[in-house]
Design a protein around this ligand. Structure first.
Ligand SMILES: [Zn+2]
Length: 143
């Protein structure tokens, strides 16, 4: 399929895929930091450039946007009706790429965790805290 996105569209799309520091990412980072976790962010040398890297726990965390990363059975990942085929290919490509990155990370000894946008966006503060608490437990638990 020809790549019909303009450069500007593509760069917007890519920044949406890898938003440098979305509100959700900031929330997760600061909530983890408050719980005493220390981490690096967007470590470029690791596959997929994980959003949060916790060397002490050999754990990486991806904060995934539901649409771009194709969250299964999630309302927020519903594809637009127009240019359906384009979006299906685009998003399934992202899913395949994410899976490859996760496998490469696991192969080199990292635990790979994902926190989805829908568990945080438009949620009450207590729901958000609960989502981060569950992430925190997963970070601490042995693989
Ligand atoms: Zn979702």
């Amino acid at each position: 399929m020809p790549d019909i996105m303009t450069t500007a569209q593509r760069s917007r799309a890519m920044s949406a895929v890898k938003g440098k520091d979305t509100g959700i990412e900031r929330f997760v980072r600061s909530a983890l930091h408050r719980r005493g976790f220390r981490f690096k962010k967007n470590v470029a040398r690791l596959p997929g450039r994980p959003d949060i890297v916790l060397p002490k726990y050999h754990t990486v965390v991806f904060v995934h946007g539901c649409f771009w990363h194709g969250h299964e059975n999630c309302k927020a990942s519903k594809l637009p009706e127009t240019r359906r085929e384009f979006w299906e290919q685009k998003i399934s490509g992202n899913i395949v790429r994410d899976a490859k990155h996760a496998q490469a990370l696991r192969d080199s000894g990292w635990k790979v965790l994902v926190i989805w946008e829908c568990s945080l966006k438009y949620k009450s503060i207590s729901d958000k805290e609960a989502a981060v608490e569950s992430l925190a437990q997963s970070i601490k638990v042995n693989q």
